[in-house]
Design a protein around this ligand. Structure first.
Ligand SMILES: *Cc1c(COP(=O)(O)O)cnc(C)c1O
Length: 387
């Protein structure tokens, strides 16, 4: 092969996945083991000693996600939040300050507010679509992390990663991007200047609603990568071998899935924007979306997440969520099957009454890879009757 760097899907299928040296197995084996035979004390085979520190199936996933995000090191965790917690404890200390988004993922907000704040980490909330507001929230010398999600959940707000990397670096902080909604196929935050990327692998990376997992990738800071690796080992919130294998398998089809999620989302958005019962559609692919130009610059396509508001209000929004057949009422997102939910009463119930509160008439869709006609028809039967 030539030395030209491989494309995204070629890497998704081959990086970290050389055929198994013992058997030639083309698929990475699930090394369902806790410990490894030593050839004399301390004489380890390939560095494997105990599966909290390293396991070959997890290593395969960690090498792969580092390649797909364009970083030096990747780490796999038991959940997205376990990865975020490990990253934060490795990157900040009590007394430090961080800036987080107004519409942060609810679990991430809870981690900052209820776990890390009592531990001594201070935070301020800023609307991350507004670069000047973020700059004003940063405290030079004290702010260690600027934390960003883009697109955000559930309102699909867009942060300008390149501009915010500048804001973070001017203040001596690092920029962390939660890339869960876009996935590395649609968006490459590290190439835009972010220092660390996190994922809930539960969502698009795994892609099949069958695991809970987390990923963290570091762009170039070896010392930070070492600290995260140490905390992963010392705290132990690791991804198990089977979960690592499932995420690796999910990533093989990430490009295909994200193209289809995006195709279907565009069809659903077209239907919703034309429906008289819908007052507003939130999708960064719409030219009138306030973050459209930034999203068009930093994303390959606009992804599979869509939110919309129902003109008739909260009660009707709640009813619509209960009246679809193909769209399953449920939390989570990013799987091959389509999901519908009411953020104010479900995923975002815990932020009611805070600055992170979401509109009560909002419905969130995770558009799956079914046939677009069927997805539209199912929404139409519910909306035509109720909205
Ligand atoms: C789900 C999610 C998380 C948390 O991940 P878990 O795997 O549920 O722990 C973090 N960020 C975003 C954007 C998410 O959607």
């Amino acid at each position: 092969m030539s030395d030209a760097p491989l494309g995204f899907s070629s890497r998704a299928l081959h990086v970290g996945q050389d055929p198994d040296p013992t058997t030639g197995s083309v698929v990475t084996p699930i090394y369902q083991t806790s410990t490894y035979k030593q050839d004399g004390i301390g004489n380890l085979r390939g560095g494997y000693e105990y599966s909290r520190s390293a396991n070959p199936t997890r290593t395969a996933l960690e090498v792969l996600i580092a390649s797909l995000e364009g970083g030096i090191r990747g780490y796999a965790f038991a959940s997205g939040l376990a990865g975020q917690d490990t990253l934060l404890r490795a990157a900040v200390a009590p007394g430090d300050h961080v800036v987080i988004p107004t519409d942060a993922y609810g679990g991430t907000f809870r981690l900052f507010d209820k776990v890390l704040q009592p531990w001594g980490l201070e935070y301020d909330i800023a609307p991350i679509a507004d670069v000047d507001a973020v700059r004003a929230a940063v405290r030079p010398g004290r702010t260690k992390i600027l934390w960003v999600e883009t697109p955000t959940n559930p309102l699909l707000g867009i942060a300008d990663i390149e501009a915010l990397a500048g804001v973070a670096h001017e203040a001596g902080a690092i920029l962390v991007v939660d890339n869960t909604f876009a996935s590395p196929y649609l968006q490459q935050p590290l190439a835009l200047g972010a220092d660390v990327v996190t994922h809930s692998a539960t969502k698009y990376a795994g892609g099949h609603s069958d695991i809970v997992g987390g990923l963290v990738v570091v762009r170039e800071d070896e010392a930070l990568a070492e600290r995260i690796g140490f905390h992963q080992y010392a705290v132990g919130a690791i991804a198990g071998p089977f979960d690592s294998w499932l995420v690796q398998r999910g990533l093989k089809t990430l490009a295909l899935r994200m193209e289809r999620h995006s195709d279907n989302a565009e069809r659903v958005v077209e239907f919703l924007t034309g429906h008289p019962g819908v007052s507003k559609v939130h999708y960064p692919g719409l030219p009138e979306h306030p973050g459209h130009d930034v999203a068009a610059r930093q994303m390959r396509r606009f992804g599979g997440m869509v939110s919309f508001q129902v003109r008739a209000g909260e009660d009707v929004a709640v009813k619509v969520c209960g009246e679809t057949q193909l769209w399953t009422l449920g939390e989570s997102l990013g799987g091959v099957e389509s999901l519908i939910e009411h953020p104010a009463r479900m995923t975002h119930a815990s932020v009611a009454g805070t600055e992170l509160e979401v509109p009560a008439d909002l419905i969130r869709l995770s558009v799956g890879i079914e046939d677009a006609e069927d997805l539209v028809a199912d929404l139409a039967q519910a909306l035509d009757r109720l909205a």
